[in-house]
Unconditional design. Structure first.
Length: 61
């Protein structure tokens, strides 16, 4: 595991599962090392739609 070639490393996706909120999601979107989010508690909150909108808008830039 210490040595992963470049082709393999390009195939690995990073899904961030930390605390994502509508106030910090933009910071995580701008992190080019993160490929997606595993949203927990915020997914049952009414602000979840705001998080989705931030992510959706960032893909249209």
């Amino acid at each position: 595991m210490d040595e992963i070639d470049e082709n393999t490393s390009k195939c690995i996706k990073i899904i961030y599962g930390g605390s994502i909120t509508k106030s910090n999601v933009q910071d995580y979107i701008e992190n080019t090392l993160i490929d997606g989010f595993l949203i927990g508690k915020s997914s049952i909150d009414e602000t979840f739609i705001d998080i989705i909108k931030h992510v959706d808008n960032s893909h249209h830039v």
